[in-house]
Design a protein. Sequence first.
Length: 240
Amino acid sequence: MADDTPRAGDAPRRADGSGVPVTAPVPGAGDGAPEGPGAPVKRRLGVMGGTFDPIHHGHLVAASEVAARFHLDEVVFVPTGKPWQKSHQRVSPAEDRYLMTVIATASNPQFSVSRIDVDRPGTTYTIDTLRDLYRENPDADLFFITGADALAQILGWRDAAELFSLAHFIGVTRPGHTLADPGLPDGGVSLIEVPALAISSTDCRARVAAGEPVWYLVPDGVVRYINKRRLYRDHPAPKR
């Protein structure tokens, strides 16, 4: 899932239905009414960035759950071009990862896929993703969806101070997970618990390499695409 500001309040709290509130009112939350007379109602656009190598049901469940709980109008999946965190790791071609994401999301009218990171030259940074989407969607509030573990590293991302002016960050976590306070700005982040799906892209790649099935871990169309393109056949096999 893509990379960034000084301590300004308490640690992010959960928006998980357990009675634990978010740290501050979520931008655009409430009844969707305009801010003033004649002001247009802004769309609520979720942004789910990631390598998606491959995309799996955990990604889709997380996006769907966030969309429901935060009343998002749309979730746009943004496959990274050249992920900066994985510059020393092997990553499948961007076009393959983009097409797998298109296949996986095609059946949900609330989901869409963007090529902005795939088509942008150079290394992919979240700040560039959000700047581009902010310019392209002046009528929308952005909600960036990421894993809760990534939130602990966000202060080290490029142009960290600008990120929270562009989007509200939503950290997806498993039930019972706690996050140490990394000094994130008050009101800039929410945590949300989703059903615990122990699925990872790393596991899926390793299973394919070992000749093991990934049916029901990734969407059926993605399984067929992986087989057709013979992806991950020479990746390291899982250790048992």
